[in-house]
Design a protein around this ligand. Structure first.
Ligand SMILES: [Zn+2]
Length: 108
């Protein structure tokens, strides 16, 4: 076995209500609520937003209003170590590395 095949990776991903359930190759299965997943989006735009002070008068964008709560609509893999997540409001610049997904996983 090469060191790469020993690396942590998902063996299955599925939707369970409003969360993503990931089974890992080490036998651990964890769940990530979609809102938590979206809040952790590592893209530059979201990183910038997180650094701004909270705005009590924040207005939802049209896309946010139309789409409702965040739900991933597609999760294509990006190389061997990451997934891109496409959201129901059209946001798709977040590339989630496997280590990040693993950190976000909550025991079920
Ligand atoms: Zn983002």
């Amino acid at each position: 076995m090469s060191s790469e095949s020993a690396a942590l990776r998902p063996v299955s991903l599925r939707r369970d209500g409003d969360r993503l359930v990931i089974a890992w190759n080490d036998g651990f299965t964890g769940a990530i609520p979609f809102q938590k997943l979206r809040d952790a989006c590592p893209c530059a735009g979201c990183n910038e937003k997180r650094q701004e002070p909270p705005d009590p008068f924040k207005v939802l964008t049209d896309a946010e209003l139309r789409a409702g709560p965040p739900v991933p609509v597609a999760m294509p893999s990006r190389g061997a170590y990451a997934y891109q997540i496409v959201w129901n409001d059209g946001h798709e610049t977040g590339i989630f590395r496997l280590e990040l997904l693993r950190q976000l996983c909550e025991p079920m």
